[in-house]
Every structure is written in structure tokens, then in C-alpha cells.
Design a protein around this ligand. Structure first.
Ligand code: MSP
Length: 667
């Protein structure tokens, strides 16, 4: 085996390629999101990144799936490939190469490899007698079976007895053990490394790598009785992507993979043994790190899998979060990315829970990160005319925290430790929230201490800038939004890892505070909805749908007549809308501040959000029922009602056809 080169300036990362036998789910999304985080991180570090994912399209599992769907394997695969690509795009997974094992280039690479290994006697022809698990596409010996079934998935196995080619894995057992022992990073986490070592020490069998000829798999070259085993075909995808046997220059620049991510189920027999043994036989450097993550269970302790039918669709989870919180979809996607990597250590199993995700949304995102922005930016607007101040002599109060966090995040990501990286970033966020409490910029403003005020707000903005860069690999759309709100997109500044030093924020940039990125939701209500339980009506809490503008639930009766005196009793007035914000956790409600000519604006809760964007309402003159009994709607006090046309849904606001002052009587 050639020595490992360490002078390449590329970063090559791979995901497993997915069987085109079902839709992408939380489990497959997990690997691709994790890989995407590493790819983005290495791009930030200035490396040229090759990030490959794709589809595993041969094998009996796919052929049978196609037959069941009444389609040809190619049509069946083509349809699912589109679903996979769309899913990765929607999850912000920015791969650079999507490989399909049905590509001609790949078919040639696989046949080349087979021919080379055969010619050098690493492959020989013999007889296979044993068992085969189609869902796992795995050959098994009698001794491997667990109660007569597949030890991995527990499903029935099929008996096979046929002529087949074998790869001499056993010849490489000693070299493999040595390599694993000498290279601590080669297989991670450590527990998995030990499992692979134990598996090899227990006696590595030669691997069956062909089967009786099929119409669908890659044919063995020069032997029309045999097709190549789907796992040899699949593993070779990592070589095809790098340009093996087709583009020597590219191959030299890219090989070997820096990180290969996979689930723990496909480490021991495949990525941890067969794969490196084949590479050794081809005299190629081995990947630098094979990282096997744990499984996401479905919440009942069962591994989520397509064939068990218990998979969780990531897009359903995202839709739920959008529905319950009002968060924009792209930020909900980033929330899922955050949750998956924050919830369990990479390597351990996790139990997926939408409720857990909603809780993290409120606590970590709406509260911790959201508060940081929602507290800082308005102060900059209010006290500093919305521009980044000059740091001044007192600045740098968060510099040490920033430097330390950046170091921690770098170390964690180099070790493929997403959870601790996120925890380190959130510690910095907590530190910043504490800093603003301790330094009290509002008091500094009152006391006219401008130099100190500038220093505190500069430090806060600079820390937010660093946080935006640090979270970018995990939550790219959220990072972009923060960047915009800081005014840095307008200033044409890119986020780069080099800018992570404190006090790099340029003064005088105009910030652009936007709507809160993470509207806090009413968690109890959301959890109740999630559990499909009606929220019990509360005394002071009118249900959202029954709010004042659209009237109560239909009684079925037409309203009767009222006396002129009754009508006179109505205090109708013109009002100008000064502020409008969504009530988190609701779909329809806005809280408005309306100038009706009184000393203080009236606060009114209105069911207008489904029809109007809050910003559209600002400055509009509306008609308000000013003497309606005050009510608390969704925990928010409401003093009046805004008139709108539309029986069930507000269709149009009742406004005046000419400018009138707020507070004018309407008769
Ligand atoms: N086609 C092979 C891989 C070939 S790579 C050269 C394969 N495909 S798969 O579609 O069945 O699984 C792909 C990956 O998804 C595996 O890493 C597997 O561990 C992962 N996951 C499938 N279900 C999962 C969970 N419930 N949780 C986490 N990962 C899971 O195997």
C-alpha cells in the first residue's frame, strides 16, 4: 500500500449511496446533513471540497422493489433519484457530485477493478453455499444467523448454492489489523473501531463478490454466467467519483477520502473490512476516517427503516414546525439540521421526537439565539441610529470568549463532533446574553455614557457576526439572515473562517433589523396539537378562530335588528396602525398598536395574519370599535376590534376613502 499523502488541498467527503427502494427519511437525511456540515466547514477553511452522495441502483432489493411496483428497474430508479436530489436540495445539502451506480463511467470502473483483481489472483472462482439477506444484500454463513434470520435486520434469509467469484479478504486481515491499530482516526468512534478489530481477529472470510447472471446488475467481464455483487459495485462508487481509471489528474488531487460517513450497520462487513481490503489489493491509500454514526429510532426504540414502514418523513416534521410556530420554511429546515446534530452525540443512537424538536426550537433558537438578536438590534436602532458604532477604547469585552469558542468549534469539527461544537457556540450565545444584562446598555444610554454604550453594542454586534459564521455550516439560511440583518450582505461581505477573530466588524455599517427569525411558539398548545388532543378552552383565552374580527362560531341565525340607541352606543373611530407583529404559535393572530388619538396607542389583537403580512398594515387607517369590552386573546390583552369585510376570513380592511386623523368618530 502506498503511503498516505497529506499535501492535498482538497477535502473529499462521502455519504453512503442509498438504495433506490424508498423515499429519503430522517435516517438517510441525518448522514447527508452531517456530511454537508463538514463540507461547508471545510469550504470555509479554503479547501476545495468534493462532497459525494448518490444512489445504489443495482441488486436484488431494487430489482424486486421495481417488480412489485410494476416498473422496469431503470424506470423505478429514475423516479426515486429525482426524489433524493430534491430532498437534499430542500434540506440545504450542497453536494458537489451525485453518483448513480447505473452511470456508464461507474460500470466501467467496477469492471476494471474486477478485471484487475482477477488478473492478480485477488479474485478466484469457487462455489458459494450459504445464505443471503436481500434487504441487507448480505451473504451470511450458517454461524452468522440469529434464530435462523439475518443478524442485522432480523428478516428471513434465502439459501444460495451456486458458482461464484470470491475476493481474498482473508489475505489482508493482518495488514488491516495493523492499519487500524496504527491509525487511531481510521475508524471512529472508538467502540466501532474495537468491534471491527474483534470481527477481523475472529477470522476474516473471503467475500463472495458475484452471483448467477441477472439482467440488472453489472456483468462480470468475460464471463456471461456471472454478475458483480452489489456491494463491490457500491463501494467502488467512491473511486468513480474521484476519477479512478478515468481521470488520473483528478484522482491524484482528490484521493483518498478524508471522511466517509455511514450508519453503524454498514461498517463492520463492508466499509471497515471489504472496502479497505479491496483498496489494499489495488495498492491505493486508505480513507483517512471512516465514521459510523448511530441509528435514529422511531421513538419506540425500533430502528427506522423503509422496509419496516416506520420511517419519519423529514418534510412532515418541517411542515409541522412551520404550522405551529409560524417560522419560515427555510429556517424550519435549519432547525431540523440543528436538532439532529445537537440532540445526540454523533456515533450514538437517538430517539427521534417531533416534540423534542419543538422544545429545542423554543429553548435554543427562539429564546437563546433569537433573544440575542431581538435584544441587540433594536438597541442599535434606538440609540445609535441603526449603525454599527466604532468600537472605542472599552471594546473587546467578549474577545476572549470568542477566541476560545472558535478554537473549540474548530477542534470539535475536526473530530467530527457536531454536538460539542454546537454546545460551545451556545455557550457563547449564553455569555453574550449575560453580557448585555450585566452591562445594561439602556442605563449607559440614560446616563449619557456614549463611549461605553458604543463599546458594549459593538461587542454584541461583533459577537453576533462571529456566531453567524460559526453556525453557518449547521444552519446556512439562518446564518444568511443574521448576516443580512447585520447589514453585512449589503456591505458585500462574505462569511469566511478567517473573519472569526474578534473586532473585525467594520463600524458605520447600517443594520437592517427584520422580523424575528424564530417566532416563539406556545409550546403547550403545539404539543397538544401534536398529540392530536384538543386544547382545553381557558377562561381568559378565546380560541384563535373565534377571535373578534371574524366573529364567533356560526350560530346559524341572522342577526336581528338593533335600536338606534344601541347603534349609538358603539364607539367607532378611525385608527392608524403603528405596529403589527405576529403572535407566535398562531396562524392568524396579529397584535397591533393602533393610534386612535388617545395618549397611548391601543393594543388590539386581530385575526388578520392569514390575509395580511404585518408590514402591509403599517400606516393604514382602519376603523376600530373602541368601546368593546377588553379581552385576553391567546395570552395577549386586546382593547378594541378592527373592522374588516369577510364573514369567515378577513377579505379587506374597512378604511376611509380620504385621509382623516386618527381618532375621528365614525358614524
Ligand atoms: N446501499 C447501501 C450503502 C452502500 S454505500 C457504498 C445501503 N443503503 S441504505 O439506503 O440501506 O442505507 C444507507 C444509509 O442510511 C446507511 O448508512 C444506514 O445506516 C443509514 N440509515 C438507514 N436508516 C437509518 C436510521 N434509522 N438511522 C440512521 N441511519 C440510518 O446500506
Amino acid at each position: 500500500m502506498t503511503d498516505q499523502p497529506d499535501d492535498k488541498n482538497s477535502f473529499y467527503i462521502t455519504t453512503p449511496i442509498y438504495y433506490v427502494s424508498g423515499q429519503p427519511h430522517i435516517g438517510s437525511s441525518y448522514t447527508n446533513i452531517a456530511s454537508d456540515v463538514l463540507a461547508r466547514y471545510h469550504r470555509f477553511r479554503g479547501e476545495s471540497v468534493v462532497f459525494a452522495t448518490g444512489t445504489d441502483e443495482h441488486g436484488q432489493k431494487v430489482a424486486r422493489g421495481a417488480a412489485e411496483a410494476g416498473k422496469s428497474p431503470q424506470d423505478f430508479a429514475d423516479a426515486l433519484v429525482g426524489d433524493y436530489k430534491r430532498a437534499w436540495d430542500r434540506l440545504h445539502v450542497k453536494y458537489t457530485r451525485f453518483i448513480r451506480t447505473t452511470e456508464q463511467q461507474h460500470v466501467h470502473v467496477v469492471q476494471d477493478i474486477f478485471a484487475q483483481l482477477l488478473s492478480q489472483d485477488d479474485i478466484y472462482l469457487s462455489e458459494y453455499t450459504g445464505w443471503y439477506c436481500v434487504p441487507c444484500e448480505t451473504y451470511l454463513l450458517e454461524a452468522d444467523l440469529l434464530d435462523g434470520s439475518c443478524p442485522e435486520c432480523g428478516r428471513p434469509v434465502e439459501q444460495v448454492s451456486e458458482r461464484a467469484y470470491f475476493f481474498r479478504t482473508s489475505n489482508y486481515a493482518d495488514d488491516l489489523i495493523r492499519h487500524i491499530e496504527d491509525n487511531e482516526q481510521f475508524i471512529a468512534p472508538e467502540s466501532r473501531r474495537n468491534e471491527v478489530l474483534a470481527f477481523i481477529r475472529n477470522g476474516l472470510q473471503d467475500a463472495c463478490i458475484s452471483r448467477a447472471r441477472t439482467d440488472w446488475d453489472i456483468p462480470v467481464p468475460d464471463d456471461d454466467t456471472q454478475s458483480i455483487y452489489v456491494w463491490l459495485d457500491a463501494l467502488a462508487n467512491y473511486l468513480t467519483v474521484a476519477g479512478f481509471a478515468t481521470d488520473d489528474e483528478q484522482f491524484a488531487a482528490v484521493w483518498p477520502p478524508d471522511v466517509q460517513l455511514m450508519g453503524k450497520d454498514i461498517l463492520i462487513r463492508f466499509h471497515g473490512t471489504l472496502w479497505p481490503a479491496v483498496l489494499m489489493a489495488l495498492d491505493l491509500p486508505l480513507p483517512r476516517c471512516l465514521f459510523a454514526h448511530g441509528w435514529w429510532n422511531d421513538g419506540t426504540g425500533q430502528k427506522m427503516s423503509k422496509s419496516k414502514g416506520n420511517v419519519i418523513d423529514p418534510f412532515e416534521v418541517i411542515d409541522r414546525l412551520v404550522e405551529y410556530s409560524g417560522v419560515r420554511t427555510k429556517f424550519a429546515v435549519d432547525t431540523l439540521r440543528y436538532y439532529l446534530l445537537r440532540e445526540v452525540p454523533f456515533g450514538a443512537d437517538g430517539s427521534f421526537s417531533t416534540a423534542g424538536l419543538l422544545q429545542r426550537f423554543n429553548a435554543d433558537l427562539a429564546n437563546d439565539l433569537g433573544n440575542l438578536l431581538n435584544r441587540t438590534l433594536p438597541l442599535v436602532e434606538r440609540y445609535l441610529g441603526g449603525r454599527v458604532p466604532a468600537p472605542g477604547p472599552g471594546a473587546g469585552g467578549l474577545a476572549e470568549d470568542i477566541t476560545q469558542t472558535v478554537e473549540e468549534v474548530r477542534t470539535c469539527l475536526d473530530e467530527v463532533n457536531f454536538r460539542d461544537a454546537l454546545m460551545a457556540i451556545w455557550e457563547l450565545i449564553a455569555r453574550c446574553n449575560k453580557f448585555i444584562d450585566q452591562r445594561e446598555p439602556w442605563t449607559l444610554h440614560k446616563q449619557g455614557k456614549r463611549v461605553e454604550l458604543d463599546a458594549v453594542l459593538y461587542d454584541m454586534l461583533d459577537a453576533i457576526r462571529v456566531i453567524a459564521i460559526l453556525i453557518d455550516p449547521f444552519m446556512p439560511e439562518v446564518a444568511e439572515e443574521i448576516w443580512q440583518q447585520l447589514g453585512l450582505s449589503d456591505a458585500a461581505l462574505q462569511r469566511t473562517w478567517d473573519d472569526l477573530r474578534p473586532q473585525r466588524l467594520q463600524p458605520a455599517i447600517a443594520i437592517h433589523r427584520g422580523a424575528p427569525i424564530f417566532p416563539r411558539m406556545d409550546l403547550d398548545r403545539a404539543l397538544a396539537k401534536l398529540a392530536n388532543i384538543e386544547t382545553p378552552p381557558q377562561d381568559d383565552d378565546s380560541p384563535e378562530d373565534a377571535q373578534q374580527v371574524t366573529g364567533d362560531e356560526e350560530s346559524g341565525d341572522e342577526p336581528g335588528t338593533i335600536s338606534f340607541a344601541d347603534f349609538q352606543g358603539l364607539d367607532l373611530r378611525t385608527g392608524r396602525i403603528l405596529e403589527a407583529t405576529r403572535i407566535p404559535g398562531t396562524d392568524k393572530l396579529l397584535v397591533l398598536q393602533v393610534d386612535i388619538g388617545e395618549e397611548q396607542p391601543r393594543q388590539v389583537v386581530a385575526g388578520l395574519a392569514a390575509r395580511f403580512n404585518p408590514r402591509q398594515l403599517l400606516g393604514r387607517t382602519v376603523v376600530l370599535v373602541a368601546n368593546l369590552e377588553p379581552a385576553t386573546i391567546h395570552g395577549t390583552e386586546s382593547n378594541g376590534m378592527i373592522l374588516a369585510a369577510g364573514e369567515k376570513e378577513p377579505l379587506a380592511l374597512i378604511t376611509t376613502d380620504d385621509d382623516v386623523e386618527p381618532g375621528e368618530k365614525v358614524r
